[in-house]
Design a protein around this ligand. Structure first.
Ligand SMILES: [Zn+2]
Length: 110
């Protein structure tokens, strides 16, 4: 319990707008404190969260505290193409929908 993965990527802070290297926590694929960067391939080689999808898909993530302004915790969208990390999209509405869908999946005993 409590395991997550981290995507490390350059992005603007959703709070202050300063662009820098940020860490985004997510639970998708083989979830075991794995650190990824954009362009790498998500592993499914172990206890899994979610369902592997061919082609383009997305999951929700949470941004860690910003080094510039100290604010974190925003929901963002992490995009994939055939399990390759495309990057982070600052879209709170989409991120909330993805988070709700995953919660409903877990309620079904997924
Ligand atoms: Zn900031």
């Amino acid at each position: 319990m409590g395991f997550f993965n981290t995507l490390i990527c350059t992005m603007p802070c959703p709070a202050c707008g300063v662009t820098g290297e940020r860490r985004v926590q997510f639970k998708y694929g083989y979830t075991r404190q794995i650190e990824y960067r954009v362009g790498e391939i998500l592993s499914w080689d172990g206890p899994e969260v979610g369902v592997q999808v061919a082609g383009t898909t997305a999951t929700c993530g949470v941004v860690e505290d910003c080094p510039a302004c100290g604010v974190g915790g925003q929901d963002v969208v992490i995009a994939f193409d055939n399990d390759r990390f495309l990057g982070v999209v600052d879209d709170p509405v989409r991120a909330a929908a993805l988070r709700r869908a995953r919660w409903e999946d877990s309620r079904r005993g997924d």
